[in-house]
Design a protein around this ligand. Structure first.
Ligand code: NAP
Ligand code: MG
Length: 496
């Protein structure tokens, strides 16, 4: 990976896009309102971003609808659509340093993650769906023999995407790549904490050749811009990634407006089950630490509940703490830093309150627990481990979204399963064992959209990603993601 050496110097050269991107133009919010875009790296204001509301959303929907109905994108030959999307992916790769830097400054993740993980993932996602579209066939049904039953996929029209701040551009790409590949127009509402990369990438989409109105970004607050998109009468589908609480609001918005299709990627409280027969406990401990401390624990699939067999608890926890200590927060602009800041002061305070709650409910603080690097002006929390947690405690039930691990012990696989499934969430579960029988049995019994065996970080773009239970429904990634952005049409042709 050829990366820039001096990110600080490079950041002084950045030009922040701060207006909404509608119909291939940067425009102010109709009201003229803006909000401060703050960097959690040092607490400084980076720029003022357009604070859009219902009027701007309506303008974007009109542009998106006109583009869709014109057929300039939806009816383009797939080979041409593919070429444009591949160019878009190349432009993202060409601007990877700039986009990674924007992401790091905007939400505080270390540059090693944004440059090594997020941005290549964004380009990869666009490339993968671009490559897919000229290889997908529609169907002919086995109907009565007196005719021909065609089953074809059609794009929906206008798709809204409301996305979170933990992987800002990547979560947006998981929506816009398949939606665009399928021929839709899209309107992205980034989180207020992290609008900068989506705003910059919009320009690259236009440069790649996406027709005006196909790719729009409307920054603003959830309650105004997000809600307006969720309630708009001319939006066909709304793809959401974020908290379970807000996910439920989108079902309500849909029900109270035009019954738009909703897909929800929501929260998680993933169990990481360490059986006594785990082959390599060092690897398991390192991944247990990475699984909760990566991205400062601001990860929907974070392995936040460590379920460890009671006979190995003490020695295993020591190893996890050892690896955790190597992930102390540092300067996000230093290539060597593994853990950066929390996304903002609110999120830091929320996590610190959960840590207090853990202590007051009787869990034992085994490591960390405090804010660090105060001199930076930013918002950092050290890797934190609780021992002697019981699954009914708040820190075992609620999604903390911070670098806080809750350790719970079990006696046998049945008890491990019972604890693992005792949550409203069902996004991911991990099991470590050397027994293939145990692996299969547990994978089947765990109520989660993804089960990892002997890793906390399995799966890639070829695998569907999404939740069971209140982690939501609908899947990102894999060819199944395209289903969310198409409807099926049955055409019966009688043959006489
Ligand atoms: P959030 O508060 O639910 O916000 C997500 C998005 O919804 C933001 O763009 C937000 O806008 C918007 N929003 C907030 N209130 C709204 C409202 N009343 N109406 C319409 N839109 C509204 O989540 P977050 O704090 O950004 O992200 C963390 C959450 O995302 C966690 O729960 C995490 O598990 C989840 N997540 C899930 C996945 C997954 O794939 N399952 C992946 C990543 C993250 P503003 O922020 O601008 O107000
Ligand atoms: Mg920010």
């Amino acid at each position: 990976m050829a990366v820039a050496e001096n990110w600080k110097e490079k950041s002084s050269e950045l030009d922040y896009r701060h207006q909404a991107f509608i119909n291939n133009d940067y425009v102010d919010a109709a009201s003229g309102a803006t909000f401060d875009c703050v960097s959690p790296v040092d607490g400084q204001v980076l720029t003022q971003v357009a604070s859009c509301d219902a009027e701007d959303i309506d303008r974007a929907v009109r542009a998106a609808r006109a583009a869709f109905e014109s057929g300039a994108w939806a009816d383009l030959a797939v080979a041409k659509r593919k070429r444009v999307l591949l160019k878009f992916a190349d432009l993202i790769s060409d601007h990877a340093d700039e986009l990674a830097l924007l992401e790091t400054l905007d939400m505080g993740k270390p540059i090693s993650s944004s440059r090594g993980g997020d941005i290549p993932g964004v380009a990869g996602s666009v490339r993968w769906f671009a490559e897919a579209i000229d290889k997908i066939y529609d169907e002919i049904g086995p109907s009565d023999g007196k005719g021909l039953g065609l089953i074809t996929r059609e794009p929906l029209g206008v798709v809204g995407a409301v996305v979170p701040w933990n992987f800002p551009l990547l979560m947006a790409a998981w929506k816009f790549a398949p939606a665009l590949a399928a021929g839709n127009s899209i309107i992205i509402k980034p989180a207020e904490q992290s609008p900068l990369t989506a705003l910059r990438v919009a320009e690259l989409a236009a440069e790649a050749g996406l027709p005006a109105g196909v790719f729009n970004v409307v920054p603003g607050f959830g309650e105004t811009a997000g809600q307006a998109l969720g309630r708009h009468m001319d939006v066909n589908a709304l793809a959401f990634t974020g908290s379970t609480e807000v996910g439920k609001l989108f079902l309500k918005y849909s029900g109270e407006s035009n019954m738009k299709m909703v897909s929800l990627e929501c929260g998680g409280k993933s169990p990481n089950i360490i059986m006594e027969d785990t082959e390599d406990l060092d690897v398991a401990a390192r991944e247990a630490a990475m699984g909760i401390f990566y991205n400062s624990g601001q990860v929907c699939v974070a392995a936040s509940r460590l379920l460890v067999h009671e006979n190995i608890r003490e020695s295993f926890l020591e190893k996890v703490a050892e690896f955790g200590a190597t992930m102390e927060p540092g300067d996000p602009l230093d290539n060597a830093t593994q853990q950066g800041s929390m996304v903002d002061e609110n999120q830091m305070n929320r996590v610190l309150q959960y840590i207090d709650k853990g202590k007051s409910e009787g869990a034992k603080l085994a490591m960390g627990g405090s804010q660090v690097r105060q001199n930076s002006g930013g918002y950092y929390i050290e890797p934190t481990i609780f021992d002697q947690v019981s699954n009914d405690m708040t820190i075992a039930q609620e999604e903390i979204f911070g670098p806080v691990l809750s350790t719970i012990t079990f006696k046998d696989p049945e008890e491990a399963l019972k604890i693992a499934n005792d949550t409203i969430y069902g996004l991911r579960a991990n099991v470590w064992t050397s027994n293939v029988n145990t692996a299969h049995k547990m994978a089947k019994a765990l109520k989660a959209g993804t089960v990892n065996i002997n890793t906390t970080d399995g799966g890639d773009i070829t695998m569907p990603f999404g939740g069971f239970k209140q982690s939501g429904f609908g899947r990102d990634n894999s060819l199944h993601a395209i289903d969310k952005y198409c409807q099926l049409k049955s055409t019966y042709i009688r043959i006489t």
